[in-house]
Design a protein around this ligand. Sequence first.
Ligand code: FNR
Length: 371
Amino acid sequence: AIPPLSQCLNLYDFEVIAKKVLKPTAWAYYSSGADDEVTMRENTSAFGRIWFRPRILRDVSKVDYSTSLLGQKSTLPVYITATALGKLGHPEGEKNLTVAAGKEGIIQMIPTLASCSFDEIVGARVDENQVQFMQLYVNSNRKITERIIQKAEAAGVKGLFVTVDAPQLGRREKDMRMKFDDVGSNEQNQNKDTVDRSQGAARAISSFIDPSLSWDDLTWLRSVTRMPIVLKGVQTWEDAVRAAEMGLAGVVLSNHGGRQLDFARSGIEVLGEVVEALKARNLFPNPMFQIFVDGGIRRASDVLKAVAMGATAVGIGRPFLYAYSAYGSDGVVHALQLLKAEMEMNMRLLGAPTLKDVVPEMVDARALGTH
Ligand code: FNR
C-alpha cells in the first residue's frame, strides 16, 4: 500500500515510494543515467561540497522567496523541467505537472516528447494567466520544428528552451534492457513503424533529433519566434559566453540529469566558472541574460546554493515525476509545499529575508574546485 502523502517529508521520499509503484519499464526510463551513472550521482553529491556562511541578527520575521524567470513571476526560484514520456508513470502524464504548477504558482517547461499532446497540456492550465515554457528538440525536418514553435507561441508559451546536449541520446543501460511499451507518444514520433523498439524508451523516441544542429541554426531559430530563447545543456563557460554575446535570453547549466555524457560535471560546478567568465566580460549580472541550473536539486538548501552563486532559478525533474507517479498532481503540490517550507526555514537561518540577500558570500564553495 502507498503511505499517506503526509508521510513524505522531503523530495527523496517520493523516489522510494515511486520505485515500489512504478512498472519496471517506467522506473528504468525515469531513474536511469548514462553509462556508469557517475555524473548522475555527482549531480546530488556536488551540493554536499558547498557550505553556508549564515549571517546573524537580521530581521527574518518575513521571508520572501518569490522571483521572476524571463520576466515571468514565480513563487519560487524553481521550475519544473521538461521530462519526456509522462504517461509511463501515471495516466494523466504531464497534466499532473501543469495542474500542480498552476496551483503553486510556478512555471512548467513542456517537453517536446510529452506523452500528452501539446493541446492537452496547455488545456490543463488552472487559469489563463498560468505561465508555461517549452523545451525544444530540433527536428531534422525544420518545417516540423517551425510548426511546433509557432503553435507554442500562439498558445502563449513564454520561453523556448532548446536542448543542446543531446545530438545523440546517451546510453541508459537500465532503460535499454527494457522493451519500449508505447504509452501515447505525441506527433513528434511519427516514424512509429520504423523505430527500434527493442532498446528502451529513450532510443525508440529520439530518432528525429538533428545531430547537425549548430550555432548558425540559432539565427534561423530566432527568426521564427519572438519567444526568448535559452540554451538547455550548456556545460562550459566558453559556450555560456558565446550564448550571452549572441544576445540569447539565457542558459541552463545542465547535464540532462546525468543521462547524456557520463563524466560531464554537475551544473552547480559549472556555474562557478560561468559567472566568473561572464563577470570578467561585464556580461554579469545582466537581467536580460539569466542563468539556470538543473540536476540533482532535491532540497531548498541546494536551490539557495545555486541562487547565491548566481543562478536565477533551478530546474527539478525526477522528484516531480516520482511524486505524481505515486500521488497524481496532489503529490507534486505536496512536493512544492515541502520545498517552500524548506525555503522559509533555510532563508531564516541564513539571515536572508529575500533572494536578493542570498549573496555569493553566503556560501563557501572552495571544495567544489577552483571556483
Ligand atoms: C529528462 N530530461 C530531458 N531534457 C530535455 O531537454 N528533454 C527531454 O525530453 C528530457 N527528458 C527527460 C526524461 C527523464 C525521465 C528525465 C529524468 C530527464 C532532462 C531534464 O530536463 C533535466 O535536465 C534533469 O531531469 C534534471 O535532473 P534531475 O532533477 O532529474 O536530477
